[in-house]
Design a protein around this ligand. Sequence first.
Ligand code: PLP
Length: 432
Amino acid sequence: MTQATSRSSELFERALQAMPGGVSSPVRAFRAVGGTPLFVDHAKGARLTDADGNTYLDFVMSWGPLILGHAYPKVTEAIAAQVTRGTTYGAPHVAELELAELVRDCYPTAERVRFTSSGTEAAQSALRLARAATGRARIVKFDGCYHGHCDAMLVAAGSGAITFGEPSSAGVPNEVAELTSVVPLDDEDAIRDLMKQHGHEVAVIAIEPVPANNGLLLQRKEFLQLLRDLCDEYGAMLLFDEVISGFRVGPGGAAALYDVQPDMVAFGKILGGGLPCAAFGGPEKVMSHLAPLGKAYHAGTLSGNPLAMAAGLAQISELASGEAHKRLEKLGRRLQTGVEKVLCDEDLPVRMVRIGSLFWFSFSAGDPPRRADEIPTSCAEPYAKFFHACLQRGVHLAPSAYEVGFLSTAHTEEDIDLAIEVFTASLREALA
Ligand SMILES: Cc1ncc(COP(=O)(O)O)c(C=O)c1O
């Protein structure tokens, strides 16, 4: 199997003339690993097939939404059943109500749910709501967490004092970035100090409770609990961005897993069953600040879109009992045990980090990192080799050392055993 296959290469050349970088989202361009992106022709279950007819065992799964696999029948049937009844109404409908109720049943903090079309929009709207509810402006986020591409979150820690952030993207004004403070993950002193100095200005502390956008930086429950306690002490809101972890680490997300309750939550990915859909939610008291009840504005032409609601309802209904997560945990454990045995036997300087159906290869020998600055930048080169070695062997991973892998219920034990073989052979090759 070849990586830069001719049809994909041709299409990519054409795409470069029509779209910036040839893509709709930057990481898809393979810049971090080199080579040419695969153009996907179709996908089913745990496999996708490119424009040249090569089929790959997929561990990207559209970056998380497809926890039941590609084109899962109950989801595609629900979409097909809805499509002839109308694709968008711009008015309330039953599936939207049922999905909101189902989310609330799974995630009790989300007493009220507002649907959006992307995770970015959900996070951004939750920040506005927190500012409206507290009457404060400052946002606190953590280095290594991603919350989408709204201006207030494209911010890096400022040099020197950590109070004022700096834009991490061109086009974000300094004046906006200065209202966001960026703190290292897993650093109790840093967040305590920040809140001691500025807690009375802080509207919201936002965190991915399972940080999965810059490696997989698993946090201690005690750290999440400290954030809860600090928010209570200083009257700030705690926002859990569960766009990845929501419905993935269990029906109740990271809040249930760690038994730490946020004031607000953002969902995305899995919620829409593979269609554009996300949501934010919280207790009635907080959500009542939102228009039309309150003065914090959020709206969306396609919010609560019937196709997305049908897909989401079909997918979340399959997940609500938690049975799927038990199977995913079993598959994840099988993968980790198999890979780690080889890493250990052959003393390879790589660790597999995993929580449920999320996994990540940490290219260093020590304990898995909990902070972004503990990931050695030297990981990019061996990862690029590893990535291409996997692709050559028919396994599709994310084209960046900092992105996680996703399992789905469509992966079988045989797929996992194949992955163990491919991962370990590719690691040997990459590290040789
Ligand atoms: C934790 C988290 N929050 C927000 C987002 C933004 O979601 P979207 O890409 O749907 O805008 C992402 C996307 O990967 C995410 O992982």
